[in-house]
Structures are given as structure tokens and as C-alpha cells.
Design a protein around this ligand. Structure first.
Ligand code: DC
Length: 205
């Protein structure tokens, strides 16, 4: 039987780390759906047309290390506003969600649009300042030349665009469980998420 975990939330709330840890804990496959939008965004920055790039997307494109830069994150958030781009990426995500070993998908619209019937839905959030601080440390740790103010402005700009777009905006599903990680260590946040998924798995039997 398939078992699907949908993990949504704004940029740098910790959903990537939590999703990976949940996937490892339960032996599920993990898809960071932001990478799909980042891969399309990167190709658009290189001169491609958004819908064409989404149509031609190859899973290998998701392995590119340079998808993690702030410029690509902004481009991803911009192409993610385009309804045609979003609909071209649906099939890939739904196929992944039906993996027999179970799947964790993280993104912005997994619980609302991609997998409305997911067995568990988590909405992972944290204050913008807290998220920007974490992202700043992550980016400087990778040697990127960024400032705390610049990273906070980027986080707020992406939040604004992701929350207010017309198609599949960032919003918790009605049946999502909220997990605010502002005052939690990453270990504590992972432990909560694992506990929630464990309870849902036991309920399914
Ligand atoms: O999760 P991320 O920061 O890698 O996502 C990059 C951008 O992609 C994000 O600002 C909005 C978009 N995105 C989306 O619209 N829907 C998703 N399911 C995942 C990401």
C-alpha cells in the first residue's frame, strides 16, 4: 500500500530537513518539489521559455548543485506563478507520490493540490526572521556572499509572492497539522514530525 506524507511551508522553515529525516526514518522516497521549480527557473535564467522548460524537464536536471543559489530561488518563485508551468509539473509529482514504498513530498501546494488525499499533512512554519537567520547561516556556510538584510528581504519577497499568487498559493490545507519550528531545535522538530507520521501510520494499520 502506498503511504503519502505532504509537507508544506514557506522558504527555510525546516521542511527540507524534516522531510529527509522522515523519509529516512520510515524508508520512504523523498521528493523536494521546490527543485522542479528551481530547475525550470535556472533554465529560464539561461534564456529558456518557462512552459517549454517545464515540459522538457528531465529528473537529471534536479541534481544540479547550482539550483541552491538565491538567484535561482527567486527565479523559481517567479516561474511558480505561471499556471501552465504548475500544471506541467503535476504528473511527475503525483507519480512520485504513489511510490509503493511510501513517499514524502515537500513544497508549497502538496497537501492542497498535488496530494489532497495524503495520509498525513504537515505545515511547517517559523517566523520570517528566524527563517532568514537559518538561511543566512546555510548560505554563508556554503561560501556564498550574502548579507543578513539581503537574505531577510529575499525570504519576505518570496513569501509574499508564494502566498498571494492566484494558482496554488502557499496556504495550509484544512486538515494540515501545524508545526512551528521557531523555538525548536531541528532534532526536536524532526522528533515531532516523526511522531505525527507514526501515529497516522498506526491509524491506517
Ligand atoms: O522550496 P524551495 O525554496 O526550493 O522552492 C523554490 C520556489 O519554488 C518557491 O519560492 C515557490 C516554488 N514552489 C512552488 O510554488 N510549489 C512547490 N510545491 C514547491 C516550490
Amino acid at each position: 500500500m502506498t503511504f503519502t506524507v505532504a509537507i508544506d511551508g514557506p522558504a527555510a522553515a525546516g521542511k527540507g530537513t524534516i522531510s529527509k529525516a522522515v523519509a529516512v526514518h520510515f524508508g520512504f522516497a523523498h521528493l523536494d518539489t521546490g527543485l522542479l521549480y528551481r530547475a525550470v527557473g535556472a533554465k529560464v535564467l539561461a534564456g529558456g521559455a518557462p512552459a517549454e522548460m517545464a515540459r522538457a524537464l528531465d529528473p537529471v536536471d534536479l541534481e544540479d548543485y547550482s539550483l541552491r543559489t538565491p538567484a535561482v530561488a527567486q527565479a523559481a518563485s517567479e516561474v511558480a506563478v505561471i499556471p501552465e508551468v504548475r500544471s506541467l509539473l503535476i504528473d511527475f509529482q503525483r507519480k512520485f507520490a504513489s511510490r509503493i514504498e511510501g513517499a514524502v513530498l515537500d513544497g508549497r501546494d502538496i497537501g492542497t493540490v498535488i496530494c489532497p488525499d495524503a495520509h498525513v499533512k504537515l505545515f511547517v512554519t517559523a517566523s520570517a526572521e528566524c527563517r532568514a537567520d537559518r538561511r543566512y547561516k546555510e548560505l554563508t556556510g556554503k561560501g556564498l556572499d550574502v548579507t543578513p538584510e539581503g537574505v531577510l528581504a529575499d525570504v519576505k519577497e518570496r513569501d509574499e509572492r508564494d502566498r498571494n499568487r492566484a494558482t496554488a498559493p502557499l496556504v495550509p490545507a484544512e486538515d494540515a497539522i501545524l508545526l512551528d519550528t521557531s523555538d525548536l531545535t531541528i532534532e526536536a522538530a524532526i522528533a515531532r514530525a516523526v511522531g505525527i507520521v507514526e501515529a497516522a501510520k498506526n491509524a491506517v494499520g
